[in-house]
Design a protein. Structure first.
Length: 221
């Protein structure tokens, strides 16, 4: 079914240990080519929602599905994480290799590409984002904005069918913000973009939802 969801949350109830539930029977779907902006106050659960989709948190009840199938074992989680790229809120949690090229090649290596093919894929991705001059740089010595661009490259190098981006423009200057906006506008793949920046959401999402008090509703930036 061409329009069937890539990722689905079905009646998901979730709360962190010793905390009241964040979501009660929440349902949500990301379909192919859908580009959803996700807005909401600090602490409303935006990052948690992305973590639930990625199988990094487990709901107390309800289902998380990838292409209609449960994501409750190692094999299905591996498929999910090959198909959906997650750009974390904090780039230092995403990047861990000594150099930029190795960080961007890590995903393709994990997909099973041979070492030289993974490096080629990484270089191609860096070039497509105008980042080739960073290839040999030490990742942890990059600026915050440079790290964010490399984080996005490290996810795009896996050629995912969907992207989850958690506040990709936080702390970026106007030029970096524009580069990310342009890059997203060129990528016609399904995505959820979390941001507090209304004009960025307007430019990079086709529809927006707001999450507040555990509920989601359609929202216009
Ligand atoms: N590991 C955790 N253990 C306990 N509580 C947590 C944990 N992670 C997040 N929370 C709490 O869950 C709520 C939702 O957090 P989350 O990070 O999903 O919010 P957010 O909408 O992404 O916020 P922000 O806009 O600040 O990034 C917050 O109240 C937060 O304090
Ligand atoms: Mg967050």
């Amino acid at each position: 079914m061409p329009d069937s969801p890539i990722a689905t949350l079905e009646n998901v109830t979730f709360g962190y240990a010793d905390r009241p539930p964040l979501f009660k029977a929440l349902s949500f779907a990301l379909r192919p080519h859908e580009q959803i902006g996700l807005y909401g106050p600090n602490g409303s659960g935006k990052t948690t929602l992305l973590r639930l989709i990625m199988g990094l948190e487990t709901p107390q009840s309800g289902k998380v599905l990838f292409h209609g199938l449960p994501t409750d074992n190692a094999q299905s989680l591996h498929r999910l994480r090959c198909g959906i790229g997650f750009v974390l809120q904090n780039s230092d949690d995403q990047l861990f290799s000594p150099t930029v090229l190795e960080d961007v090649a890590f995903g393709p290596l994990n997909l099973g590409l041979a070492r030289h093919a993974a490096r080629e894929r990484a270089m191609e991705t860096l070039e497509s984002m105008g980042l080739e001059k960073f290839a040999d740089r030490v990742t942890h010595r990059l600026s915050g904005g440079e790290k964010k661009m490399v984080s996005i490259a490290s996810v795009l190098s896996m050629r995912p069918e969907a992207l989850l981006l958690d506040e990709p423009t936080a702390f970026l200057d106007d030029d970096s913000r524009k580069r990310i906006t342009d890059m997203l506008q060129e990528q016609n793949i399904a995505r959820i973009v979390v941001s507090h920046d209304r004009s960025f959401l307007e430019q990079t999402a086709c529809s927006c939802v707001c999450i507040k008090d555990g509920c989601m509703h359609r929202w216009s930036p």
